[in-house]
Design a protein around this ligand. Structure first.
Ligand code: FMN
Length: 184
């Protein structure tokens, strides 16, 4: 846990997790706390064959923000889909399922726990891993590409692979910075 550090997708190379390791990753995600056991999140794997499609969605998302984007910028946007041997989109369901007493932020906490379990398992397997979001996440193009439902939100991508270089964990905030005590 202490050794985990973000590795960006561009530094994640082959080999990535095999089928058995991928199963372990998702089984670890499934151990996340889940108020009401409503499974308010899902992951969509982006296999080798689907990378070009994701690249087109990134390019379209860029054009939504900037219709005048040039070919260089569009090529860079497309290229982001080709990084990391394992790439999956994490999606949260914020409501719309008759369980509205479980609020969107509680659902997000459950996804956060699932993501952390997945990241820690990837590191225990000897891989590097990272989370990536960015401006495309709420775009019409990305939502259409992943056929997101009305109440679903794309949160981030999870990228896993063999790190090109060892990454030292960052200095962590001391507990005094985020722990206080309720006055009696
Ligand atoms: C939901 C989420 C989205 C993230 N998106 C990005 C991103 O787009 N680009 C990036 O470099 N890091 C992203 N990160 C990773 C953080 O930058 C990273 O966790 C932070 O810098 C702390 O570093 P550490 O994970 O090595 O401790 C994201 C983290 C979370 C939780």
């Amino acid at each position: 846990m202490r050794r985990r550090a973000q590795t960006g997708p561009r530094h994640l190379l082959e080999p990535g997790p095999d089928a058995q390791q991928r199963r372990q990753l998702f089984e670890a995600a499934a151990t996340a706390p889940d108020h009401g056991q409503i499974l308010p999140w899902r992951f969509v794997l982006i296999g080798e064959q689907a990378r070009a499609r994701l690249g087109e969605a990134f390019e379209q998302a860029l054009l939504e923000r900037d219709p005048d984007a040039g070919e260089d910028e569009r090529g860079r946007a497309r290229g982001k889909a080709s990084r990391a041997p394992f790439l999956a989109l994490a999606v949260v369901r914020e409501g719309g399922d008759g369980q509205d007493h479980i609020r969107p932020h509680e659902r997000m906490v459950s996804l956060g726990c699932a993501l952390q379990n997945l990241l820690l398992t990837a590191h225990a397997q000897g891989f590097g891993a990272g989370l990536v979001s960015g401006l495309a996440m709420d775009s019409r193009a990305l939502r259409a590409c992943f056929a997101l439902g009305e109440h679903e939100r794309a949160v981030c991508f999870v990228a896993i692979g063999t790190p090109a270089r060892a990454r030292e964990p960052r200095p962590k905030p001391a507990p005094e910075r985020f722990v206080s005590e309720l006055a009696p």
